[in-house]
Design a protein around this ligand. Sequence first.
Ligand code: NAP
Length: 321
Amino acid sequence: MLAAYAVRASDDDPLAALEVGERPEPEVPDGWTVVTVRAASLNHHDVWSLRGVGLKQEQLPMILGCDAAGVDADGNEVLVHGVVSDPDWTGEETLDPRRSLLSERFQGTLAERVAVPRRNLVPKPPELSFEEAACLPTAWLTAYRMLFVRADAKPGTTVLVQGAGGGVATAAIVLGAAAGVRVWATSGSEAKRARALELGADQAFETGARLPERVDAVLETVGQATWAHSLRALKPGGTLVVSGATSGDAPPAELSRVFFLQLRVLGSTMGSRDELARLVRLCVTSGVRPVIQETLPLADAARGIARLAAGDVVGKIVVSV
Ligand SMILES: NC(=O)c1ccc[n+]([C@@H]2O[C@H](COP(=O)([O-])OP(=O)(O)OC[C@H]3O[C@@H](n4cnc5c(N)ncnc54)[C@H](OP(=O)(O)O)[C@@H]3O)[C@@H](O)[C@H]2O)c1
């Protein structure tokens, strides 16, 4: 079957680690099933994998892709929740210390077919296209949890989203605006700031700019480049939620600011299967839809990954299979 996969680790030139070609059909352990992939979306995680983050040499070749929408073995249209927890784990999936994400220990979704645990399937409603549905399980689910679960954003609160163009960031802008949250966004690009306003941000600022007032919460996926600004942006008692560090993960901790202003710094990773089902329902009832910048055929996946690696994206790049 056709697939896009990592064959080596290449920190400087992630595209040099990518091949698109034939891979064997998926192996199907007990309790797992095969989904015929109709669409999968690209995530920065795919760039990290090509750079060798989280993948050991002996795991290669590894098919990339953490999320997908497709058709299961019984002909049902489904979304694939990408967090794979241990079969004996009974708690919330993201808290399983042995959990992994598709394309880390198990082959990923950038392929014609993918094997997944049966319990990871979520029904796809007819209101969402396969391309839209494929954006939800990673970037949109991460934004949903950051905003509504970890930051506990409410209508009328103010939330700052750093790096407005990203897949997670655009999702946070759209979901926050739909829920009546006052969303402020930052971006280094004027075009992306303009797009953030179109997507529902109340105001958009240059990266690091002084804000008109302090905010209740900050959603951080950029990391080192914006961390100090994120801490400075918060009201006393405010909440910084971090789920990514694209620009590096060694910023000054600013401990005095954290304790003196009694800030809360919370990590966030993906979301549960139940949260994914709620996000799907929210899209159906509110009419909110993922922001798709471009849809490419699987054979052209390299073009999309190059755009992600260069930061040349507003929203999601989807691969149709
Ligand atoms: N923990 C989890 O479960 C989880 C889930 C999803 C994603 N993540 C992580 O979150 C991060 C974002 O993921 P994504 O898929 O949304 O990525 P993406 O679509 O590639 O977004 C990257 C955005 O970050 C901003 N950015 C990158 N480098 C920057 C820099 N040096 N200075 C300022 N802004 C910079 C850019 O925004 P502007 O150009 O608008 O400034 C860019 O559009 C990644 O590191 C990813 O691994 C984690």
